[in-house]
Design a protein around this ligand. Sequence first.
Ligand SMILES: Cc1ncc(COP(=O)(O)O)c(C=O)c1O
Length: 434
Amino acid sequence: MKNTDYLRRSLHSVWHPCSQMKHFETLPLIPIARGEGMWLYDFDGKRYLDAISSWWVNLFGHCNPRINAALKDQLDKLEHVILAGFTHEPVIQLSERLAALTGLGHCFYGSDGASATEIALKMSFHYWRNSGRTEKTRFISLQNSYHGETIGALSVTDVALFKDTYAPLLRHSTQVPTPDWRHAEAGESARNFALRCAAALRKHLQQHHAETAAFIVEPLVQGAAGMAMYDAEYLRQARAICDEFKVHLIADEIAVGFGRTGTMFACEQAGIKPDFMCLSKGISGGYLPLSAVLTTDDVFQAFYHDETAKGFLHSHSYTGNALACRAALATLDIFEQDGVIEANRAKAAYLTQAAQPLRDHPGVKNFRHTGMIWAFEVASDTPHFSRAFYQLALENELLLRPMGNTVYFMPPYIISEEEIDLLITRTLKILDCV
Ligand SMILES: Cc1ncc(COP(=O)(O)O)c(C=O)c1O
């Protein structure tokens, strides 16, 4: 079958996510036949460099032989079993390894990122309830934050395009100023701006700590805000302020975890431990839907009781799926065996250097970089810039999906120097056409 057949059938029966389906009348829908390493191939033999890791999930390339082998082995042992009342080796091993990596010893599983956000919010609220603090029912988050699109997660998200339509369905939450350094005053350092924003957080909690359960934050990089980056000092301050006012700190590392910001977890760069850490996306190497919420002994103990209702009764059918956990274990093996965090430093330095002509391009603003994420704004009057850029990128064998006028690279960690050079050269070419 050819691309056009799949295209027609998909548009007829598949409701594609995060899309206005009518746009597909003019925007190409790309049926993918297979993936290999950095590349996706369509049915007509055209290839696309996956420079955004298929929505930030893929760490070690498509059809990675090591993850494939682990999954094939797991398939013949156990594909899935109910996790209420039962357990299995991959989920135990994964929980132990995540605990060792994060210092948070209790791991609750979900499926997608949004389900992890829901779990963390509910757990925080329920912790305070079990502790006799029933008035702690409110949540705060950063301006422009993104934590997922289910009703609870959307309630703490602050992206108008996704949120406004559903406003009547959502719970009220408060947004505090984002330390995104693009909003700093002229001459103000990112760190000083972070301190100023932390002072605003402190002021808010001084007034509202009694009714606030938790502050949820994307550490170091606010992804959907257009890869907004900020100084680690903000997180250090936030930890101290939350401690001072007895408010939980939820680190949403769904996008930034697993090496994205240059350390295994972004919180490490601030030397802090959150009360809850949400993980997903890269956790399974981009293979299977899996998320986890890790928390402390203190939180766990507040639920440990003779009374059923004091327990955390939340569940999803696929909680702790054995195949997904095994993919996650294979992913962690690659990190360990290949010294990925260290190797990524050299790779990031190469890409940053190779991107110098982009940084110097007259249409490029705010070129920035944290770990394995690069982003910049493009000064352009092109209507529907992101769609136009996306389409040009496809014509140049690149999968790039700008957010507004922000173009970003978030490649799988296996990207080679040759592929980096291709990515930069083609991006420059697109900039001259868009
Ligand atoms: C920081 C953050 N939190 C939560 C989510 C939601 O994850 P999911 O799309 O898997 O529900 C995302 C997704 O992009 C994210 O970037």
